[in-house]
Design a protein around this ligand. Structure first.
Ligand SMILES: Cc1ncc(COP(=O)(O)O)c(C=O)c1O
Length: 414
């Protein structure tokens, strides 16, 4: 920590010189790691604008412009996802916080039904809540449950099928305050739980159905892909984010709750020094935080610039890319482990050690970047196609490089 002030231009140059080269090309067209997407140029620019405005977007009275923009973006998103008109939404940081926020509303909902105010009285002495998840639940949903006092381990796990989808026929009998957590988009396979059946089972038993749709919810923006998420509109809450597949910079998670009033009941605060909304929507009444950046700006910019057609084209191009990877790898004799229904591909190059070696060699080659995973006992390379910048040519160039590297590694072993 320097003692004396420094020239800001020098500080920036230092950052650029030292940290710039130590970053990963996550924004690039041939980055297929995790499920993180890039950032549409318009959203990078809108992000700079919003940063320069430096609005504390918690309160509508203090920041009417960006608060209104959030409302518009949320309305557009509800239309894209086909969520019920009553649904209220919130901009949070990412899908983890979206799950947390929606599950806080779920906790409120099921306990209020049982005559208990969890915000006022906490969980000590509260009626117990049963939480049901699929065997391949994302770990951040479990983390959210832990943060909410519902326990990462205190859950009922339902077995999944060979695609990683929760088996509706293996649901336990549902009784008492219950939250059923379904998934739209398995992080390994891209598979969707049988949402209609799960939502119906929850509804019949008076339970709450929550859907983690971190990237899968976006399938609703495309006619050919929307069928994957059929029935999702019947859920009580949804979590997603825009930093993965909408290709918006970070701090763009989204929580939605069907029944109006529940989200503010679990999130809102008041204090004499804070102006109330006076009829306008106060963003902080819907989120865990009070102070926050103007998160809706970049989502608005992405949607305004892509339009419905651009949105569908981006998702469909990415899914076409995933299918092309799967076909090319299968044609070369490698095993595709998943049914490629969305933008995720799992490929095995042979035994675990060989697959690991080939994944590493592909990363070193540098034409593209893919990660590794172990799914249902199989070591695999994960290809996640979710960048606005990925063209069909990028997919071909990457596929050629992957096949070349894999053939070399196998040749060396033989
Ligand atoms: C299904 C699912 N849920 C939640 C998350 C967590 O998202 P975030 O990293 O935005 O918190 C992910 C991340 O990949 C995911 O795939």
């Amino acid at each position: 920590m320097p003692t004396r002030p420094a020239d800001p231009a020098q500080v920036l140059a230092q950052l650029d010189d030292i940290v710039g080269p130590a970053t990963m090309a996550m924004a690039g067209p041939r980055f297929f790691g995790f499920v993180i997407g890039g950032s549409l140029p318009v959203t990078v620019a809108s992000n700079w604008l919003a940063t320069a405005w430096d609005q504390n977007a918690g309160l509508a009275a203090a920041t009417p412009g960006v608060s209104r923009l959030e409302e518009i973006a949320l309305r557009w998103l509800k239309e894209i996802f086909g969520l019920p008109a009553t649904t209220q939404g919130a901009f949070v940081t990412g899908a983890t916080m979206a799950n947390f926020t929606a599950l806080a509303a779920a906790r409120h909902g099921v306990l209020a039904q049982a005559g208990w105010s969890v915000e006022a009285d906490g969980l000590f002495g509260a009626p117990p809540i049963t939480v049901i998840v699929g065997e391949e639940v994302h770990p951040t949903l479990l983390k959210s449950l832990g943060l909410l006092g519902l326990g990462r381990r205190r859950i009922t796990r339902v077995p999944v099928d060979t695609h990683g989808r929760m088996r509706a026929d293996r649901l336990p009998r549902i009784a008492g305050p219950t939250i059923l957590c379904a998934q739209a988009g398995n992080v390994n396979t891209g598979a969707f739980d049988p949402l209609r059946e799960l939502c119906a089972a929850a509804q019949e038993a008076g339970a709450w159905c929550h859907v983690d749709g971190a990237f899968g919810l976006w399938a609703r923006a495309s006619k050919p892909l929307a069928a994957l998420a059929e029935g999702i509109e019947l859920a009580d809450s949804w979590a997603t984010d825009a930093h993965k597949w909408l290709n918006v910079p970070y701090d763009s998670g989204l929580a939605f709750v069907r029944e109006p009033g529940i989200l503010p009941a679990s999130m809102a605060i008041s204090a004499e020094y804070l102006p109330q909304g006076d009829g306008a929507r106060n963003p902080s009444d819907f989120t865990p935080e009070l102070s926050r950046r103007a998160r809706g700006v970049d989502v608005w910019a992405a949607l305004a610039s892509l339009g419905r057609e651009g949105l569908a084209e981006m998702f469909e191009r990415n899914c076409r890319g995933a299918k092309r990877f799967a076909a090319g790898l299968a044609a070369a004799g490698y095993e595709i482990l998943n049914d490629v229904v969305l933008n995720q591909v799992l490929v095995s190059f042979g035994d675990a050690a060989l697959t690991e070696r080939i994944v590493q060699a592909i990363q070193v080659d540098g034409t593209c970047w893919c990660g590794r995973t172990v799914w249902q006992g199989h070591t695999a390379m994960r290809i996640s196609v979710c960048s606005w910048a990925t063209t069909d040519e990028d997919v071909e160039a990457s596929l050629t490089a992957i096949l070349r590297v894999a053939a070399t590694a196998r040749g060396r072993r033989a």
